[in-house]
Design a protein around this ligand. Structure first.
Ligand SMILES: NC(=O)c1ccc[n+]([C@@H]2O[C@H](COP(=O)([O-])OP(=O)(O)OC[C@H]3O[C@@H](n4cnc5c(N)ncnc54)[C@H](OP(=O)(O)O)[C@@H]3O)[C@@H](O)[C@H]2O)c1
Length: 331
């Protein structure tokens, strides 16, 4: 599947083919939620040379270090899953870091990959790139048609710059790089820290701690009525490989399940999975955020991919993972 492909310099469309399993793939951010799932997926699919570096080994904000790494490692395929990522609190408290770090990471990785002539490059953004009041479900072509959500606009602008970066490389150098925009993700290696986590891991931690402590009530922010979409990260990794092998085009591709649930429903399911039998209270003095956020996944379905892991199964396995690892989680 391909958008006409005529945006590529030279005007010749690129036809994606299965990747060579012996070629070197660099997964930037290989220890994170997304990067670690992509590594698991690639290894399960028989890729023999998947490499990654921690931020302590290679700070992608540092241009010289990034170029030196690419000159030595010479990857053939790059997945950019390294980013400064966080929930609403972190995003609204540290907008400078979210803008500056992400712009630098992206620019350095893209420029260094360009110098090496990397042909297949997947840039990962986020659904927060879309306007706050985009009509639902959100189609890819609503990008840049309205104001962004203020709490994470710095992060969103950096990610929009990344999409433009990919499109510019296609136009100026003719390399068939692509971008994918996942919905809310969850799964093993997520960030469960109270300071930096997204809504789903935050709820898992809150309810599990409440169940363990035997408290009678849990209080969540807002009314619980906003609707959100959640995709298991192993599905996301499966979609990433599928897009690398089957999709080419300049437009970012939404990656989601195509259906959403209320925060109240997700809280109830998590309470049940962790065995919390107390009450849930909703602090309606706290903001709800946007009433609905659901991606239109028609483009992804046309490229031949749909989500496979149900929310119930995904939540149960994520809670198991959290319980096994909760003493060694990032803070
Ligand atoms: N989580 C979601 O729900 C979600 C939803 C949509 C899109 N995404 C996108 O997916 C991508 C990855 O997100 P994630 O949830 O996997 O985040 P994550 O779990 O926080 O992982 C981010 C990774 O980036 C690496 N990193 C950060 N700064 C770095 C630096 N200066 N140099 C080198 N590596 C650096 C970290 O490496 P170390 O561990 O070595 O420090 C970490 O492994 C992001 O682009 C994000 O926008 C995530």
């Amino acid at each position: 599947m391909s958008d006409a492909g005529t945006d590529l310099k030279g005007g010749v469309p690129f036809t994606p083919t299965p990747l060579d399993r012996s070629e070197r793939v660099y997964v930037a951010g290989h220890r994170g939620l997304v990067g670690s799932a992509i590594v698991r997926k690639l290894e399960a699919e028989g890729f023999e040379d998947v490499i990654g570096r921690t931020s302590a080994e290679l700070d992608l904000k540092d241009r010289d270090q990034t170029f030196a790494f690419f000159r030595e490692a010479k990857p053939k395929v790059v997945v950019l899953a390294a980013a400064k990522v966080g929930g609403i609190l972190a995003n609204s408290t540290y907008p400078v870091d979210f803008l500056s770090d992400n712009l630098r990471i992206q620019t350095n990785v893209m420029d260094a990959a360009l110098e090496q002539g990397v042909e297949r490059f997947l840039f990962l953004g986020s659904s927060c790139i879309y306007p706050k009041f985009a009509s639902q479900p959100i189609k890819e072509d609503t990008l840049l048609t309205g104001h962004l959500e203020e709490t994470n606009d710095a992060y969103a602008i950096a990610k929009i710059a990344g999409i433009l970066g990919v499109q510019s490389v296609r136009k100026q150098y003719g390399l068939p790089w692509i971008s994918a925009m996942p919905t809310n993700l969850y799964g093993p290696n997520d960030n469960f820290s109270p300071k930096g986590s997204h809504v789903l891991p935050a709820l898992i931690r809150r309810y599990d701690e409440a169940a363990a402590a035997g408290v009678h009530a849990v209080t969540n922010w807002g009314t619980g009525t906003p609707r959100r979409e959640f995709l298991h990260v192993d599905d996301m990794a499966d979609a990433c490989l599928h897009l690398l092998e089957h999709y080419d085009g300049p437009a970012q591709v939404n990656v989601g399940t195509g259906s959403d649930v209320t925060i109240k429903e997700i809280a109830e399911t998590i309470a049940e999975v962790v065995g919390f039998t107390g009450d849930t209270e909703w602090d309606t003095t706290k903001p709800d955020g946007t009433p609905q956020k659901l991606l239109d996944v028609t483009k992804l379905a046309e490229a031949g991919w749909t989500a496979k892991i149900s929310l119930a199964d995904g939540l149960a396995s994520t809670v198991d993972w959290y319980r096994e690892h909760h003493t060694a989680l990032r803070e």
